[in-house]
Design a binder for this molecule. Structure first.
Ligand code: PAF
Length: 280
């Protein structure tokens, strides 16, 4: 497995792979890899024959009061994990390498970026869309894999790819969960053991929503109220939003159309912000 830091080295390696007749699969990450990321690498290997993983803690997607400086950086462990998952190349630029001095170009995916997390993290999706556009230009992959856990991020990227005609196929991979049902996240390591247990109220709320919809409930307000009641059983959880939305547009719905909707949750446990969702 190769590890490269510059776009020139990356492009040379990808060109060599293409010259050998390989197709390119891409998994963008911010490092601190867990089994959820490695499932994305495995998926990329099923979809393409040369797998690139980027490891880049992107400064532009963090707000001024967010955890950019304390975001866990675990490069040696990440490299070993990528190698054992069968990745072919890690692209790990520094912010100074990747953002040209004085960079002033942004990708702003309007509308879809403003609700849900966008309301509480202004500028976050502008930073995500910009860095993912830059990564797509750098890697030139045939297929890119994103986790379903970041529901709104996925919708923003799909819209960006559609609107700007990026020649890359986007695949969503289902959320990988801890044995207690909590969605895997690099931020779970901030949780105390007690809060990690309390966080099980989140998948319980999602399960309740799925149960109601499977039983024929179509009123979004009814599903939302029942799921919120599950969360409320855990008083340490501070809810930021719980919303039934259209999977493609991220706009709130009043009626659940099975296969088209999702229930999305964001909350805090202690100082840790957690998000999760279920497709309905
Ligand atoms: O999901 C993430 O880890 C990041 O938002 C991404 C897509 C790698 C962009 O920095």
């Amino acid at each position: 497995m190769q590890v490269v830091q510059t776009i020139t080295e990356l492009r040379a390696a990808v060109a060599q792979a293409r010259a050998a007749g390989k197709s390119v699969g891409f998994v963008p990450t911010m490092g601190c890899l867990h089994a959820g990321h490695l499932a994305l690498v495995t998926r990329a290997r099923q979809e393409a024959t040369f797998t690139v993983v980027s490891i880049f803690v992107n400064p532009t997607q963090f707000g001024p009061n967010e955890d950019f400086s304390r975001y866990p950086r675990t490069f040696d462990a990440d490299r070993a994990a990528c190698e054992s998952a069968g990745a072919d190349l890690i692209f790990a630029p520094t912010p100074a390498d990747f953002y040209p001095a004085g960079a002033s170009t942004w990708v702003d995916v309007e509308g879809i970026s403003t609700g849900l997390c966008g309301e509480f993290r202004p500028g976050h999706f502008r930073g995500v869309a910009t860095v993912v556009a830059m990564l797509f230009n750098a890697v030139q992959a045939d297929v890119a894999i994103f986790g379903q856990k970041d529901l709104q991020q996925l919708a923003v990227i799909r819209r960006m790819v559609r609107d700007l005609h990026f020649p890359v196929r986007i695949i969503a991979h289902e959320t990988v969960r801890e044995s207690n049902g909590v969605a895997m996240s690099s931020r779970n390591r901030y949780l105390s053991p007690e809060d990690f247990q309390r966080a099980t109220a989140i998948p319980a709320a999602l399960n309740e929503a799925r149960r109601l919809v499977a039983a024929g409930t179509t009123e979004a307000a009814q599903v939302r109220t029942a799921a919120q009641a599950c969360l409320a059983r855990e008083p340490a959880i501070r809810l930021q939003y719980i919303e039934l939305v259209d999977q493609e547009t991220m706009t709130p719905v009043t009626q659940v159309t099975p296969g088209r909707c999702a229930l999305a949750i964001a909350c805090h446990l202690g100082n840790t912000r957690l998000i999760d969702n279920t497709l309905l």
